[in-house]
Design a protein around this ligand. Structure first.
Ligand code: GLN
Length: 447
């Protein structure tokens, strides 16, 4: 049924880049046979799920939204992909995204933009635009995305679905094509908070194949999400409600705070004083790490190799010139500059120091409150093409999402209303490191 729906609905949305029909049907039959035989089934038995195309899936192409990986078929599954399948999920295929997860609108994909299912002339957000759109359009029940500086939370808000950014280290990144390694995280998109908790139950936990995955104990997220919120202290950071915030979004967040108050939470003002440095700090660190990670795409090891190059150096140059899109090249240039001798201390080191200040802001706020509630984005989904000519405008989209990324804390976006024009609005909930349980509880209360 999902494949039929994809065939009729997806041409207008462009969320899937590849379908893994054979693998999906084989898994569906296995689950069906197990059900008939009365064998115990996994928590995701038979659930159709889509995978962002920056994660590897054996037998399917992995493009990361880039031409430079065209033709690359990874021979192994990302750990999160393998975990979903082991829990019974039916993996439908690979989902469109911004090239190497760089972007906020999915317009940086080499395979065309994704259209927002709630308003086809609008962007779905990015970089996990395909993952959010596919869930919103009923083209899968849940999906995997990645979030380096907002790429799960922002598209979830734009498409009206739930998106979870687990704590850094909570979910294995083995098999994730790296963008910025100190920031990249994998997380789920779903249509409800309870579904997100189920997904996290399956995904969370240490992985011997990922040294950055954490041995911190994993909670039962389904049980945590179902607990009442009465007595929880909710923080509202004044820095997230300043100029530039759309009034309809502000009103929707205030309504969520009223709901929490009615459910027995206390609401407190908190201050995150370094917030205004978050966007520049993020764009120094993310581009620096990207310039390093992307040096592996040289035309030799993966995907595309330019023709008509007479020397090895020319082959590297031509392959990278033809394979990378404009935004990726811009970031390689920015990041290489920030890391170069003489500039390292002024940019990269300085950004790391400011990152510590941003993290301390959150640690101090979390001594006073149990969770933080704020907007995900300053505006609802914008029109396709509206911001493509101005990278700075596009980067400012990330104003409410990147601080949590830099601090490594968990976060999520939950639908909390629509604008008069019918566009979805999301509310962001931020939690302490490894306290996804409390975050999900608050999420379920504002849903
Ligand atoms: N929009 C941000 C960027 O372009 C975040 C992307 C992401 O989280 N992958 O870098």
């Amino acid at each position: 049924e999902h494949y039929e729906r994809i065939a009729t609905v997806d041409p207008a949305i462009n969320s899937y880049l590849a379908l893994s029909r054979e693998r999906a049907m084989a898994q569906a039959e296995r689950v069906d046979a197990a059900a008939k035989a009365g064998t115990a089934l996994g928590p995701l038995a038979g659930v159709p799920i889509g995978i962002k195309d920056v994660l590897t899936m054996r037998g399917a192409p992995a493009t990361a939204g880039s031409l430079i990986l065209k033709g690359y078929h990874p021979p192994y599954d990302a750990t999160c992909v393998a975990k979903l399948e082991a829990a019974g999920a039916v993996l439908l295929g690979k989902l469109n995204c911004d090239e190497f997860a760089m972007g906020s609108s999915n317009e940086n994909s080499a395979y065309g933009p994704v259209h927002n299912p709630r308003a086809l002339d609008r962007v779905p957000g990015g970089s996990s635009g395909g993952s959010a759109a596919a869930v919103a359009a009923g083209l899968c029940v849940a999906s995997l995305g990645t979030d380096t500086g907002g790429s799960i939370r922002q598209p979830a808000a734009f498409c009206g679905v739930v998106g979870v950014l687990p704590t850094y280290g909570r979910v294995s990144r083995y098999g994730l094509i790296a963008f910025a390694s100190s920031l990249d995280r994998v997380g789920p998109f779903t249509r409800s908070v309870a579904d997100a908790a189920t997904m996290l139950d399956v995904l969370a936990g240490p992985d011997p194949l990922d040294a950055t995955s954490s041995p911190q104990p994993v909670a039962n997220y389904t049980a945590e999400a179902a607990k009442p919120v009465a007595g929880l202290r909710i923080g509202v950071p004044e820095e997230y409600f300043g100029e530039g915030l759309d009034p309809e979004i502000r009103a929707a967040i205030e309504k969520s705070l009223d709901d929490l108050r009615a459910a027995g939470c206390s609401i407190h003002k908190v201050s995150l004083p370094h917030t205004r440095y978050a966007v520049p700090t993020y764009y120094v660190i993310a581009t620096a790490e990207a310039s390093s990670n992307l040096s592996r795409f040289d035309g030799v090891r993966y995907g595309l190799r330019a023709e008509d190059a007479n020397t090895l150096a020319a082959m590297f140059r031509k392959s990278r010139d033809e394979g990378f899109g404009a935004e990726v090249k811009r970031r390689i240039l920015l990041g290489t500059y920030a890391l170069s001798a003489g500039y390292y201390d002024a940019y990269y080191r300085k950004a790391q120091q400011v990152r510590t200040l941003l993290t301390r802001d959150f640690l101090s706020a979390f001594t006073q409150v149990d969770a933080i509630v704020c907007p995900v984005t300053p505006t609802p989904a914008f029109k396709l093409g509206e911001k493509t000519d101005d990278p700075i405008q596009m980067y400012l989209e990330d104003i409410y999402s990147v601080a949590a990324s830099l601090a490594g804390i968990c976060g999520m976006s939950v639908p909390c209303g629509t604008t008069q024009a019918g566009l979805p609005i999301g509310v962001q909930i931020l939690g302490r490191h490894f306290d996804e349980g409390t975050m999900l509880r608050v999420g379920a209360a504002v849903e």
